[in-house]
Design a protein around this ligand. Structure first.
Ligand SMILES: C[S@@+](CC[C@H](N)C(=O)[O-])C[C@H]1O[C@@H](n2cnc3c(N)ncnc32)[C@H](O)[C@@H]1O
Length: 927
């Protein structure tokens, strides 16, 4: 039996704390995959009896280091449980309790306890050794099952093994159902009120109308109004045909904006006063006219369970309903709470929790912490429907609750001091360009506040009423590019202000003229390049906002900003403002939506005024200490890698492939080539195999006419060859480019010939960033490489091994540019700058053997294309093993102790690059 458990407020909600990344210096075992975890959990199922060993075995099954588990078991300081006689707890990992009582009731109490807030465990687990109940504190998911069935539920704890849950929320019926029904009502009202959106204040009125409805539904389900007060009123006071529904709703909204009951119509006197801007009636707004079915839909909507909605998710779904073209995505949303926490936790929550931990026994210190958090301001300058602000708000409220609980334990007078939270929603600022999102954001923050008030009540048995809404919120409608951010959230230099969010990413092709103009406006007088991505604008304005102050920022960004040319364009500017990166998350997927499952690859970049605190790079579930984080998000000095004409490290020269410029005449597809050879076998002497990036990866056979000064006249005796050469002549002659026209004199040859009759390496110019390895080719002397790829001639297999290694991949990912979700290889930046230490003959031999093994395995799977072979989900085990062998060998060339992460590889590569370029500069000077 499995049971889904709601908390008292009914929300399946995010809880404090996180799956804290492992420290890189912690002794770790090889990462487990899904199958391995499944196999390791299986023996824990179906036992006759259970005891405390269960939790230790469980942690081991997910790959937690044995030493740690033993220390936890032996009751060392690693076990931070408040009551070690029945609890086991490890900071950031687990809070486990055994009980003789009701596990569920205990979980409810434990999950919001001061100890859990203090130590931020990813999972809170309670068991009576019959039933296990647990909560994933980061995504808010809860589960209950028979302990003997642990093998059926092992996926729940996968974040322990570094496998984050894609929080697919299609099952979160409340959000999806409600959003869908709202969509129906929206459509019905659109049909009943033609031309409404074209009216001057039409769109805004409609947006306000829908947010008001949402508030009413939520309010009547969560004790802000009396139960079903709003829906019942519509049901009993309006005509079935809907004709007077609009008038009635207008009156209800007015009543909600009227302070005294005696000033309201008698039948609406029971509606409370809400205020807070939401119901402030203005002259130019209107309520749409209703039809019979619109009224019916409204009543049905009222009957849904609104208290279960998640404001951080529902907001964006709701937005999708009213935004043309977005409706299809509805119900396909993923919660992004773990991703949002990547900005919030290292930015301030981790430090606040540490302060809580340090002051746990001191009323004075806890009081000071409360003062501190009540002053913190959070600002999202592209806040959408407010999800980042909501999560930040809830995290701070939960910390406040933890502190209050502890203060109450230390001194029972304390708790009663609070009739209102000191975390004021006025300290949460946003800018958003979309009017509807602004309304939803403001509303969602109120809803979040109410949910936290409910949690407060559960804990302290004290109600904090939501209404009348005193705070109006600080989310402003407008264009963040044009607004002065200090006008929205003043920065006096001393306030603790945190800028967070995931600003919009539009590739340069998707930018509107207005956005391009925004960009020009922002970079004026900065000397910055127009070629920067639009999202850079938030970093530029953010950097200008925080410079010289106590405030900091952490934005989620497409990882293109920390790759290739973009780094050179942006990063020196940020450094010139005397800012540093305190922490960064390297690439991870941001998946919001099932239909676009690939998601975008993003990173999180923090900026702050330089200070001595430790810097961290987060990669996957690892936390790596860094001395300095450069623009490539690697531990290294602040430099940028620029174009270089020749290889830095004595590799053979690289060039683009050969360019035909032939109007399709010199290139011959496989059937036509066969035909040519069959008709005149002499043709074999005049053709060669041809491959470019696409042909190589997709396994398409192509050929070229490859003629020389000496043989082209004889070759022209073959009619088909003659026809093709004439075709080239015609094509080039027609060109308006002088250089091309000139090439018509030599129609029998390629426009740019770089081919040499040696073994060669082909490097695809573009390759999907999903692949672990760019499928690089090693070709014989008879194949011509086209200009859609790079070519290295005189190439020995050991060079192929180096280039296909993880070390080179890590280098490429960092310094190459990106084109949408493809890596864009560059000869002058990636290859020519790639640092390679001097290699002995023995090493080259070993590399050669490993390279040949990869080529053999590819050959063995010759029925598959390279696209198939290098699909990371389908890569054959023997091919992966052959690559791993190269990786290990190449790693050992760069580091005696090997690497656990690409970040470590990069750090060494950057160090080597700096040393080599410095030595080169010195040598240049001496000359
Ligand atoms: C990637 S979304 C992030 C919103 C929210 N955090 C989320 O996850 O749904 C970017 C938001 O920026 C808003 N936006 C785009 N251009 C803007 C601008 N120039 N000024 C302010 N907001 C803008 C969009 O409307 C969108 O809501």
């Amino acid at each position: 039996m499995t049971r889904k458990i709601m908390n008292h407020s009914g929300c399946e909600d995010a809880q404090p704390a996180s799956a804290r990344p492992r420290r890189i210096n912690e002794r770790t075992m090889a990462k487990l995959n899904l199958k391995a975890v499944e196999e390791r959990v299986a023996p824990l199922a179906g036992r006759e009896s259970y005891d405390r060993e269960f939790i230790f075995d469980l942690l081991l099954a997910y790959g937690k280091p044995k030493g740690n588990v033993t220390r936890l078991k032996n009751g060392t300081s690693l076990n931070v449980a408040a009551d070690p006689s029945r609890e086991v707890a490890q900071k950031n990992v687990v809070y486990f309790r055994e009980t003789n009582g009701d596990p569920l009731a205990e979980l409810e109490e434990l999950r919001i306890s001061a100890s859990v807030v203090r130590y931020g465990p990813r999972f809170v687990i309670v068991t009576d050794y019959d039933e296990v109940v647990a909560i994933d504190t980061q995504v808010g998911e809860t589960i209950g099952f028979d302990i003997r069935d642990i093998d059926k539920h092992y996926t729940f704890f996968l974040p322990w093994a570094g496998m984050e849950k894609a929080q697919y929320v299609a099952e979160k019926i409340a959000d999806v159902k409600a959003a869908e029904r709202m969509g129906k009502l929206f459509d019905e009202l659109m049909a009943a009120n033609p031309g409404l959106l074209e009216q001057p204040n039409g769109r805004h009125s409609l947006n306000v109308f829908f947010t008001r409805l949402l508030f009413c539904f939520f309010a009547e389900d969560t004790e802000i109004f009396d139960g079903s007060q709003f829906t019942n009123a519509v049901g009993s006071h309006t005509q079935v045909d809907g004709s007077d529904a609009a008038d009635f709703l207008r009156d209800v909204f007015l009543a909600l904006d009227t302070e005294l009951a005696e000033d309201k119509p008698h039948h609406l006197a029971a509606f409370p006063y809400v205020n807070g801007r939401l119901f402030t009636v203005t002259d130019d707004e209107f309520v749409p006219e209703f039809t019979k079915s619109a009224r019916q839909l409204l009543i049905e909507l009222g009957n849904l369970v609104w208290r279960e909605i998640n404001p951080d998710i529902f907001g964006s779904m709701f937005q999708a309903i009213v935004t043309p073209g977005k409706r299809a995505d509805l119900g396909q949303h993923y919660t992004s709470v773990p991703n949002i926490l990547k900005t919030i936790e290292p930015l301030f929550m981790d430090e606040l929790r540490d302060q809580f931990d340090a002051g746990f026994d001191s009323v004075k210190k806890l009081g000071a912490l409360l003062d501190r958090i009540s002053e913190i301001k959070v600002f999202d300058p592209a806040c959408g429907s407010g999800n980042f602000l909501i999560i930040a708000y809830k995290e701070l409220r939960r910390l406040e609750h933890g502190i209050l609980e502890r203060l109450f334990e230390l001194d029972s007078k304390h708790q009663m001091l609070y009739a209102e939270s000191r975390i004021n929603i006025e300290n949460f600022y946003g800018i958003e360009i979309d009017d509807f999102a602004v309304e939803v954001a403001i509303l969602s923050i109120w809803i979040a506040k109410h949910q936290m008030n409910t949690e407060f009540k559960e804990k302290f048995k004290l109600s904090i009423p939501l209404i009348p809404l005193r705070e109006t919120g600080q989310v402003k409608a407008g264009n963040a590019a044009r607004i002065d951010w200090t006008q929205v959230c003043p920065n006096d230099g001393q306030s603790e202000i945190y800028l967070i969010g995931n600003p919009p990413y539009y590739g340069s092709k998707l930018q509107t003229a207005e956005q391009k103009a925004d960009y020009t406006y922002v970079i004026e007088n900065t000397g910055l390049s127009k070629n920067l991505d639009y999202i850079a604008l938030w970093f530029i304005k953010g950097a200008q906002y925080i410079r010289g102050s106590k405030s900091e920022l952490a934005f989620v960004t497409t990882n293109s900003l920390s790759q290739g040319q973009q780094v050179a364009l942006l990063f020196p500017f940020l450094v010139s403002l005397d800012l540093e990166i305190g922490y960064a998350y390297t690439s991870f997927k941001w998946t919001n939506n099932a239909k676009r499952n690939a998601g975008v690859t993003v990173s999180v970049i923090n900026l702050r005024v330089p200070r001595v605190d430790q810097k961290y790079i987060y990669a996957g579930d690892l936390q790596i200490k860094a001395t300095n984080i450069n623009g490539y998000l690697a531990d290294g000095d602040n430099f940028v890698v620029t174009d270089r004409r020749k290889p830095l490290s004595g590799l053979p020269p690289i060039s683009n492939g050969s360019m035909p410029n032939d109007g399709g005449n010199l290139l011959i597809k496989e059937p036509a080539w066969r035909d040519l050879i069959e008709r005149d076998p002499r043709s074999t002497d005049y053709t060669k195999a041809f491959t470019g990036t696409e042909e190589f990866i997709d396994g398409t056979d192509k050929y070229v006419l490859w003629l020389t000064l000496e043989n082209h006249a004889v070759a022209a005796e073959i009619p088909e060859i003659d026809r093709r050469v004439r075709g080239v002549l015609e094509h080039r002659s027609k060109s308006t480019r002088l250089a091309t026209k000139k090439l018509a004199d030599v129609p029998w040859r390629f426009a740019e010939v770089r081919y040499r009759e040696t073994n060669s390496i082909l490097i695809p110019r573009h390759s999907s960033e999903r692949r672990d390895y760019i499928p690089i080719g090693y070709l014989g002397p008879d194949t011509v490489i086209g200009d859609s790829a790079s070519a290295v001639y005189d190439a020995e297999p050991w060079v192929f091994a180096l280039l296909t290694s993880r070390v080179h991949m890590a280098w490429t990912r960092a310094v190459a540019g990106a084109l949408e979700d493809r890596i864009r290889y560059s000869n002058t930046i990636v290859y020519n700058n790639f640092p390679v230490p001097p290699l002995s003959g023995t090493v080259k031999e070993k590399l050669t053997v490993a390279a040949l093994r990869v080529l053999d395995v590819r050959e063995y799977h010759c029925e598959k294309t390279l696209a198939e072979l290098y699909d990371p989900d389908k890569m054959p085990a023997d091919l992966r093993a052959a690559h791993t062998a190269i990786d290990e060998l190449v790693d050992s060339i760069y580091s005696k102790s090997g690497y656990e992460t690409d970040e470590q590889r990069l750090s060494d590569l950057f160090g080597m690059y700096e040393a080599m370029t410095a030595a080169e500069a010195l040598k240049g000077k001496k000359k």
